[in-house]
Design a protein. Structure first.
Length: 450
């Protein structure tokens, strides 16, 4: 009798696949629901805030000096967000001045974004309040029962009648909106820090302008703004707004040949207004930290990697090759110098090598490649057999390629097979003529010796 095949394994894979699809689908719905709820919460908050603020009085101003040239208010009415009046303006300069009282019963700061509904040939002037600003009383109280009074003057636009009509029915609607905060990250300056819902924010950063910016409203990054000529314009603000300097730094490793006494930085970096820091390492020399050319300890080609990190958490990197050559090395130079032993001595910055004496040093690190060693001094041609070059504290002797010598100067080439410490060149003297070594220079020629 045949054994029945076990199908449990075959059933397992489809079940897992179905479960994964269901989980992903559920997460997608959850995120969409969360985003929708966030938007609805903001809308509900705005609606509730608008319901908590209202017009609580509207009347003709008692100061007759403002109601000039026979301007007459026949009657006045008001409700939560509207004022109505029947007015007569018989002359070009006629005007009527009203007192308006606003009360905010809620706990959210509010303002008036706009007042609409006035006839095209009329205009209004507001005293003791500015449209688009937060409404507060004289004690700076802005909510929880705050009462604010201001004046509304109605007159002909440009002080000129356009027809024979003198009587108007005025019905104005107040657009009450909540106040949102504006905060700035890594941007310094005294800029607008509050704005009303649905208003347009316009910030001129002037000379303090960031190169790049990021805008968040209600913690969500938005893109519907313009940023031109240092002016940021964001239409229809709908929540607390964060404006951030998002300028990415630039970093360039300054490639080329330099001497060990070169004090300048190995990089050129720029940051936004946020500022930042740079860190560099020499990947050719055990990732040692590098700042200036003087901090590079090995001659030859050094691979330098630099990272610029802005204080606004942006970054940039660059890698380049910097070829280091020695400065003029003498008996007194830094960071490397020449030494004397045996029948040799130091005089000033020179090494005096008599019969039986040895000049040695400078014990410097070298990258792989071909180098030229050049001496300057006197009687450098008296004992050619006395030239020598070694690695690893004299343990590894190098071949001298094309030794050339005159009394005043001499040179030869050496090939360094791999990164090495303690490169040393020596001149020993077995002659009676005194050899003077004034200075030494080590230059890089390339990957191979010509």
């Amino acid at each position: 009798m045949k054994k029945r095949k076990n199908d449990k394994t075959n059933l397992f894979i489809p079940i897992i696949s179905i479960l994964l699809v269901m989980i992903i689908f559920t997460l997608s719905i959850s995120w969409a629901t969360f985003s929708q709820n966030l938007l609805m919460d903001q809308i509900n908050l705005t609606v509730r805030a608008q319901a908590d603020i209202r017009i609580t009085n509207f009347s003709l101003s008692n100061d007759e000096i403002f109601n000039t040239n026979q301007g007459v208010s026949n009657w006045e009415k008001f409700n939560v967000k509207n004022i109505s009046a029947s007015i007569t303006l018989p002359n070009d300069s006629s005007q009527i001045r009203y007192k308006v009282q606003i009360t905010n019963f809620g706990n959210i700061d509010m303002g008036i974004l706009n007042i609409t509904g006035l006839q095209d040939n009329l205009e209004y002037i507001i005293e003791d309040y500015e449209l688009g600003k937060k409404i507060c009383d004289n004690s700076s109280k802005c909510n929880l029962g705050m009462e604010k009074e201001f004046y509304l003057i109605i007159k002909y636009k440009n002080g000129k009648k356009i027809d024979n009509n003198n009587d108007y029915l005025v019905n104005l609607e107040f657009d009450f909106e909540p106040v949102y905060k504006i905060t700035y990250e890594y941007i310094t300056g005294n800029y607008q820090n509050e704005i009303l819902n649905n208003d347009t924010l316009k910030i001129d950063f002037g000379n303090n302008a960031p190169y790049d910016i990021e805008v968040k409203i209600n913690n969500l990054i938005i893109n519907n703004y313009t940023y031109e000529n240092n002016v940021l314009t964001i239409p229809n603000i709908s929540g607390n707004t964060v404006i951030r300097d998002s300028t990415t730094p630039t970093i360039v490793v300054n490639e080329g040949k330099y001497h060990l006494d070169h004090k300048e930085l190995v990089y050129t970096a720029t940051f936004g207004k946020a500022g930042g820091n740079v860190s560099c390492i020499n990947t050719s020399d055990n990732s040692k930290a590098v700042t200036s050319y003087m901090s590079i300890s090995a001659l030859g080609p050094n691979q330098i990697n630099c990272t610029a990190i802005g204080n606004n958490n942006t970054s940039a990197t660059d890698t380049g090759t910097i070829i280091m050559e020695s400065n003029n090395i003498t008996a007194t130079s830094t960071p490397f110098h020449l030494y004397a032993t045996g029948n040799a001595s130091v005089s000033g910055s020179s090494v005096i090598v008599s019969n039986g004496g040895i000049q040695y040093g400078p014990y410097i690190s070298m990258q792989k490649g071909c180098y030229v060693v050049t001496y300057w001094g006197n009687n450098l041609n008296k004992y050619p057999a006395g030239y020598n070059a070694t690695l690893n504290n004299g343990q590894e002797h190098l071949s001298l390629i094309n030794l050339n010598y005159l009394s005043s100067d001499s040179n030869y080439r050496v090939y360094i097979p791999s990164y090495s410490n303690n490169f040393e060149v020596t001149i020993n003297n077995a002659k009676n003529d005194v050899i003077t070594v004034d200075k030494l220079l080590i230059g890089y020629l390339g990957e191979t010796c010509p």
